[in-house]
Design a protein around this ligand. Sequence first.
Ligand SMILES: CC(C)(COP(=O)(O)OP(=O)(O)OC[C@H]1O[C@@H](n2cnc3c(N)ncnc32)[C@H](O)[C@@H]1OP(=O)(O)O)[C@@H](O)C(=O)NCCC(=O)NCCS
Length: 361
Amino acid sequence: MTIALTGVGFRPLTVPASIDADDAADFVEMMRVRNIVYAEIAGNDDEAMTPEALLPHYQPDPDETRHMWLVIRDGDVVGRVGVDIPHETGSKNAYWLIEILRAHHGAGIGSRAYDLVEQTAREYGRTVLQSWAEHPDASGERLTAPTGFGDIPRDRAARFYQRHGYALEQIERKSVLDFRTAMPLVEQHHLDALAASHGYRVVQWQAPTPAELRDGYAWVKSRMSTDVPAADMEFDEETWDAERIVRHDQRYLDGGQTVLVTAAQHVGTGELVAFNELVVGADRTAATHQEDTLVLKEHRGHRLGMLVKCAGLKTWHAEIAPDSPRVITFNAEENRPMLDINEAIGFAPASYSAGWKKVLA
Ligand SMILES: CC(C)(COP(=O)(O)OP(=O)(O)OC[C@H]1O[C@@H](n2cnc3c(N)ncnc32)[C@H](O)[C@@H]1OP(=O)(O)O)[C@@H](O)C(=O)NCCC(=O)NCCS
């Protein structure tokens, strides 16, 4: 039986200049609801962020257009809808999310929100729509990734994607490293990696990236869009230059976040060939997020992935965020080389997310 959906609307999000601004209430409320939705899914606050930390990432950006709406039900904010339009030349892609408080699931709100997603993508002429969701473990029917690596329960989010024409493309593992027990193994693997990586040295810095390292960092950042296992998910090749690095770093700094970049430099050429990023918000007792990690294809096989991970974790735990209890990272379930490194260090699987795709006619 379909029940008519009344009292539901979508209000474009106002992005204030600062959290103290007169028009900041909707942004603050959006963040409150976002944090509850993630806690309801994961059962913890690992994904929680303050409005101050996320606001800089919503300011006008030459690299993408972000649309967001609040989902209003009977006057209350009960969720959010977002559509990101990347600006890479010739891009067909749009990335989206719909996040609704659990008490309001199953009433048709998500489906109504999805109409807005597709309408927005079409307005920009985008035909490849992609989205990610966490699928907490549950009993019952399962769906297997076409990569052959990983499966998820066919839960409400999975049914929602399928009903709206999406195919499961890739499964990502969320892994967690517990700092209370991790350091002996990290130390040991760091020494092994140092011994195996002659001809390379570690270069470390906190954002903002020093001027002389921006071009090198920009090149390895750009390879994240081409050299990471993507299954049949589609990503534009991103162009990064020193100015984009400055903008990137500034968003983190404006949000009160700390970023440590640990890179491997090829001594012979001075080129940066591998890197790893660790991030924490203003509250350094919260979980640390490990963001990008990459070794350029031509430099694989020298333990540089292990080197930059371990060197980063050591500096982080000793000098930057000694009270952060754990590190969280996401990897493609088929990315065996990366998972081998993480598992050796002591990262343990915590949950699984999936990447979903639909190609519009
Ligand atoms: C996935 C999600 C967006 C779906 O939103 P929703 O509002 O629950 O979606 P709908 O109500 O349109 O559909 C959900 C269910 O309600 C049913 N339903 C739809 N309209 C209905 C109506 N008017 N009356 C009763 N039931 C209805 C659907 O048949 C569907 O049933 P199922 O779960 O058994 O398959 C929502 O559950 C959510 O926010 N989850 C957490 C975040 C997330 O995983 N997002 C994924 C996209 S980023």
